[in-house]
Write a new protein. Structure first.
Lengths: 320, 393
């Protein structure tokens, strides 16, 4: 690997996320082909998010060094939201890839539709028949491929590879070259290739999320920057997070936070996370639940997903 | 700042120690720290620097903890670390920082400040010289403990991933590109695409783990291995049960009377007489509280499946007990009614089996040590590779 150039042109930590407008227009990512010239835009809604300073620093570091940011943390703590928030804050298009157990590394770069081309080739004189002579019409770029292609046209993007641990254990290894060099060739059409080139300011910003610990290959881990998102430690921090979600009723959210902190102290098989808290508090506010009612733990199904946990919580909090 | 700038020595020491602990970091990662410092990260405080090292070098929560602890041991105590971050070039900041860190006696840049050095005085003394703890730093956490098993999660997962019985089952939903193209070529006109069912691993696995007693030292290790097999093996079905010493007890001991009178009798001569035994106690939890009868577990999970038994087979205590061997052999005979694919994994290395029940047992069944190599061999045997056994049951 050639020596990495440092890029400090973008800094997430210098943006005051809370003060950004609630929507802005960002390059449209739904187009099948990446336009070379000025791209059409779409309106993107702001994701409510409150990154802590350490996380911001990690994001900046990842941008500066051009290494993927590997994010871990308990479910529902906002791993995926981070990519949305960063893309929004920097005004960059976000290419997402939700990994499934059948995902292949190459799908992140491109897919080639051989069968469709074969069909089209049957219709010799029609439009489709003519199309079939050009392989380009049957190659569809994947999320990472699109980001690299966009960089070739001089625009930057954010890439989210979500839940990478769901894929085959060798999946990340198949991406090493592409993540290192940020270039790829289309095997079926050797004359087509995409590369970011020697321009650190165009490198895609890559976020990778995963849930399990350490099942990822060492070679892949070595290239990443790691950050663990903890559940907010203090009540004030939780209060701030609830405030970003436009929860107006101060007393209600205060009470909800107290309850969730108590619940998290219990020995539960699955502790309620941040996203559950937001859902729960949001619903309680929407239906205007009186604050006294909260001690009876209404709508507990939003927070706890197992019958044994529910019983334990009711015993500990309601009956006590 | 030029590329040849050196970092304070303690960072290099930290890097080395982490490498010794098996962190996957190389020269590029060390270089990355330099680059990051040059571009202004991690300069504001010692905590920021620690955080930066953790972001770059630690790849899990546990590794972070380890790094923090070692960093705290190595980093110089500097109350006045906080430097005002002006808008000047980062170079200046780094130089400032390096000046500061040179207070650390380990840094060679400048010999420690003259005022700290006392002029050497000579005086006669008797006995041992007094010990000064003035410059010795005692870290908050002087030790960092972490398990280091002969085999990590990923290695175990990789070995067991090779145990596959791949079969196309279910509804045809996967596009068969080759099949479709062949069909086109055969028919000469466009026709419907060919679909086929998806491949699925239909291999089933039953793991029986010896627990408590002499196995107590291996609990953590066994848990890692079982966890890896269960999470990453992607079998159709993985069942895990625990037992104590032997899965089935109470074999007919009258056959032992047929043996010749020796101190350490081998059971070769009565092998054929041992009656199969499939009744015993296994437990579905590690505390051996949730009892399950072996006679219901075996038909359900062992039929046509691969069976792995993890136990030291008496090797830890270095004992040979014919009755234990008899029970084990009787159980294995009983197991053979359900499946012929079974292996024994012993957490002790082969050299430690000598003269214990394990050594005798290894003559009758495929037994391997629970390390990388042994595990690969075990999977090979389960995959059907031939393995020569001295005296098959």
């Amino acid at each position: 690997m050639s020596r990495r150039l440092v890029d400090t042109s973008l800094r997430f930590s210098e943006i005051n996320y809370a003060e950004l407008e609630s929507s802005r227009s960002i390059e449209d990512v739904s187009l099948l082909e990446i336009p070379k010239g000025k791209p059409p835009t779409q309106t993107v809604q702001k994701e409510f998010y409150l990154p802590d300073p350490k996380l911001k620093e990690a994001v900046d570091l990842s941008i500066a060094l051009g290494r993927p940011l590997l994010i871990q943390g308990e479910p529902g703590c906002g791993k995926t939201q981070l990519a949305y928030a960063v893309a929004y804050a920097l005004g960059l298009p976000l290419e997402t890839s939700y990994i499934k157990s059948t995902s292949r590394a190459q799908d992140l770069l491109y897919t080639y539709d051989a069968v469709n081309r074969l069909y089209d080739a049957q219709l010799k004189d029609k439009e489709e028949g003519k199309n079939s002579r050009d392989i380009k019409n049957y190659i569809r770029l994947g999320p990472l491929g699109r980001a690299i292609a966009r960089a070739q046209y001089g625009r930057r993007s954010v890439v989210l590879i979500d839940e990478i641990d769901k894929a085959d254990i060798d999946f990340p290894n198949d991406l090493l070259w592409e993540l290192d060099r940020l270039e790829f060739k289309i095997t079926e059409a050797p004359d087509i290739n995409y590369a970011v080139g020697n321009k650190p300011e165009l490198r895609p910003i890559v976020f990778v999320t995963h849930n399990e610990e350490k099942a990822l290959p060492a070679a892949f881990l070595r290239r990443c920057i790691f950050h663990y998102i903890h559940f907010p430690e203090s009540e004030t921090q939780l209060q701030k997070i609830l405030a970003t979600q436009k929860l107006e009723n101060q007393e209600l959210s205060q009470k909800a936070i107290e309850i969730i902190i108590k619940l998290r102290d219990l020995d539960l098989s699955k502790r309620p996370g941040l996203s559950e808290l937001l859902d729960w508090a949001g619903y309680l506010e929407a239906v205007e639940t009186p604050i006294e009612e909260l001690d009876k733990l209404p709508h507990l199904g939003t927070l706890l997903k197992q019958e044994s946990d529910r019983q334990r919580a009711v015993e500990a909090l309601v009956k006590a | 700042m030029s590329q040849t700038a050196t970092l304070p020595d303690y960072l290099w020491e930290l890097f080395q120690r982490l490498r010794r602990r098996g962190f996957v970091i190389g020269p590029q990662e060390y270089e990355a720290l330099k680059l990051a410092l040059q571009s202004g990260f991690g300069l504001s405080s010692q905590y920021a620097l620690r955080e930066l090292c953790a972001s770059l070098w630690a790849k899990s929560l546990r590794e972070r903890e380890t790094l923090f602890a070692i960093f705290d041991q190595l980093a110089p105590v500097e109350e006045d670390w906080f430097i005002d971050v002006g808008n000047d070039a980062t170079e200046q900041k780094i130089e400032k920082r390096e000046e500061k860190s040179s207070n650390d006696p380990a840094v060679e840049a400048k010999p420690s400040a003259p005022e700290e050095q006392e002029a050497p005085t000579v005086r006669a003394s008797q006995g041992l010289p007094p010990i000064f703890l003035g410059n010795v730093k005692i870290a908050e956490r002087p030790f960092v403990f972490e398990p280091q098993y002969p085999l990590n999660f990923r290695e175990a997962a990789q070995a067991w991933r090779r145990l596959r019985k791949s079969v196309r089952v279910g509804a045809p939903i996967e596009l068969d590109i080759d099949g479709t193209i062949n069909k086109f070529c055969r028919m000469g006109v466009a026709s419907s695409v060919v679909l086929r069912p998806q491949r699925r691993n239909v291999a089933r696995l039953l793991i029986l783990v010896d627990r408590q007693g002499s196995m107590a030292p291996f609990h953590g290790f066994c848990d890692v291995v079982c966890d890896a097999i269960r999470k990453a093996g992607r079998f159709e079905d993985t069942a895990l049960y625990y037992f104590r010493n032997v899965p089935a007890e109470g074999a007919d001991e009258t056959v032992l009377d047929l043996l010749e009178e020796t101190i350490f009798p081998s059971l070769d001569s009565i092998l054929a007489e041992i009656t199969p035994l499939a009744e015993g106690d296994v437990y579905s939890d590690t505390e051996l509280l949730d009892w399950q009868p072996l006679e219901t577990v075996l038909p359900e999970y062992a039929t046509g499946a691969s069976v792995v038994i993890i136990s030291d087979a008496g090797a830890v205590r270095n004992q040979y007990r014919p009755s234990r061997l008899l029970d084990t052999l009787a159980f294995l005979k009983g197991l053979r009614n359900y499946t012929r694919q079974y292996v024994w994994l012993n957490p002790l290395p082969k050299s430690a089996w000598v003269s214990s029940t394990a050594a005798y047992l290894a003559r009758h069944i495929p037994m391997f040590s629970l390390d990388r190599e042994g595990m690969y061999q075990a999977v090979n045997v389960l995959r059907g590779q031939q393995f020569i056994i001295e005296k098959p049951i």
